[in-house]
Design a protein around this ligand. Structure first.
Ligand code: ZN
Ligand code: ZN
Ligand code: ZN
Length: 86
């Protein structure tokens, strides 16, 4: 489990586009469990425990690999391509 992530240089100092919640769920009135912030473009999406999984869908749509937790008190990043915490 020593896979190194090669995508860290894509991380930008992003501002959350929708700091109040998941961008797509806010449009449709859906609910989410936890939020994830795309570190490439600032997209806020819901996690894999949420029914819509918009953070993962954002990765599939844009190939932006790195997200970080957008939950207060949580500080970790995840790379969807390498499937490792970075
Ligand atoms: Zn990676
Ligand atoms: Zn969502
Ligand atoms: Zn993105």
């Amino acid at each position: 489990m020593a896979t190194a992530c090669t995508h860290l240089d894509q991380i930008r100092p992003v501002k959350p586009r929708t700091p109040q919640g998941c961008e797509e769920c806010l449009k449709t009135g859906d609910e989410w469990v936890h939020l994830r912030l795309c570190e490439i473009c600032g997209h806020v999406g819901c996690c894999d425990s949420s029914k819509n999984k918009h953070a993962r869908k954002h990765f599939h749509a844009t190939a932006h690999p790195i997200i970080k937790s957008f939950q207060p008190g949580e500080d970790w990043r995840w790379c969807y391509v390498d499937e490792v915490y970075v």
